[in-house]
Write a protein that binds this ligand. Structure first.
Ligand code: BJ8
Length: 381
């Protein structure tokens, strides 16, 4: 049983590519696909419409030169790369999306969606920038409108029962994914941060949720056994790191890998690949749209102002995951995360934990410089 783990690990690593075939098959069967860019997009409404949500955030610099023909060079790589894949038709998920859902998060993304609208059918969710009662009312209306948009565009009727079933599905996914990333609380963790990131990222390209949850449950079981038998490969003395900040899909090779080769292990991803996406359940007792809106608006991303939730969450995680150091990843020209580095530094240092912010993009040109900074950071922990 034990030696089957690498196979499963590999299958998650290949999940994005394998998903291309699955999505084509789904389309051939007449199924609908909805492309999304952000953790604030309520997946439940998409599932309730009988459609499949798929993430479109690009993680490679390949199409950035093409994107820069329309977008400024000094823009976040995630935005440029995602737009680049759309205009060059190089992303099958974008190609097969019946509808692309954007959201008013950062300025760069919302202006990019205007250009994307020239080549794809785009619906933009008007996300408020605050999490108070007034904003919740606006957001609840917006989620209700989103349901109507999907009904019209996909020619379906979404009932309350459809929404409740979708809530149940997504809550069970959250429950399993939480148990998975909480393996990072073990000392030493039974897997590296690189492996954890691969599984978290790969699972977002699984279209058969039941199969995905079965596989993740199997991984959890095996890793727990590995831990109990003391067979893990991570050393007890490795420094335990929390990663926060921008989405990390495009910087794994550049930050996570060299960091873990320097005597550290990433035990917690607070960003959108991990905790931000799966924290908090949708209340099953309330009106489904209201409950969905409430859960999503609480996500503590830097696009909210103020965003106290992120500070509170990080302090809690430092304690729960026995964190030795926090690394705040900022994608170049991401103003909201960049400005928040001030608050996050104060908060983290306020609980006597070393902190470092790293600004980077998707190119490997600063690899050496980043590696040196990471080694120096781990050295002083
Ligand atoms: S919930 S992190 S997915 S907005 S695109 S803000 S990196 S400048 S992605 Fe995000 Fe939703 Fe928040 Fe998560 Fe900065 Fe780049 Fe904008 Fe970005």
């Amino acid at each position: 049983m034990e030696n089957k783990l690498p196979e499963i690990f590999e299958s998650f690593g290949e999940a994005r590519k394998k998903g291309f075939v699955t999505v084509k098959e789904l389309k051939d069967q007449g199924k609908k696909v909805v492309g999304t860019f952000c953790t604030y997009t309520p997946k439940e409404v998409i599932y309730a419409a009988g459609a499949y949500p798929v993430g479109l955030c690009a993680t490679s610099e390949e199409t950035i030169p093409e994107a820069e023909k329309r977008l400024p060079k000094n823009l976040c790589p995630l935005i440029k790369a995602s737009y680049g894949f759309a205009v060059t038709d190089k992303c099958p998920y974008m190609y097969f999306s019946d509808l692309v859902v954007g959201e008013t998060t950062c300025d760069g993304k919302k202006k990019m969606y205007e250009l994307l609208g020239e080549v794809k059918d785009v619906h933009v969710l008007q996300l408020p920038q605050n999490q108070d009662e007034k904003s919740l009312k606006l957001w609840t209306d917006e989620v209700r409108d989103f349901k109507e948009v999907l009904e019209k565009k996909l020619d379906v009727k979404i009932t309350d029962q459809d929404l409740r079933d979708a809530i149940e599905l997504c809550n069970s996914e959250r429950e399993v994914m939480q148990r998975f990333y909480e393996l990072g609380k073990l000392v030493p963790p039974p897997l590296s941060g690189y492996e954890m990131h691969t599984i978290l990222h790969g699972s977002t390209f699984s279209f058969d949720k039941k199969e995905q949850l079965k596989n993740i449950n199997e991984v959890i079981e095996r890793l727990n056994r590995k831990y109990e038998e003391g067979l893990g490969e991570v050393s007890k003395t490795d420094k335990r790191i929390l990663i926060t900040g921008c989405p990390s899909g495009g910087i794994v090779e550049k930050i996570i890998k060299p960091l873990e080769e320097s005597g550290a292990v990433v035990v917690c991803f607070e960003n959108c690949i991990g905790i931000k996406s799966f924290d908090g359940m949708v209340d099953t007792e309330k009106d489904p749209i209201e409950a969905i809106a409430e859960r999503y608006l609480k996500i503590p991303c830097s696009v909210m102002s103020p965003n106290y939730g992120r500070e509170e969450l990080i302090v809690k995680l430092i304690d729960e995951y026995k964190i030795d150091g926090v690394i705040d990843v900022v994608l170049q020209a991401c103003h909201t995360y960049s400005i928040e580095t001030n608050t996050i530094r104060k908060t983290v240092q306020g609980v006597n934990t070393p902190y470092m912010d790293l600004e980077t993009n998707y190119s490997m040109s600063d690899f050496g410089q980043i590696k040196t900074r990471l080694e120096a950071f781990v050295e002083m922990l």
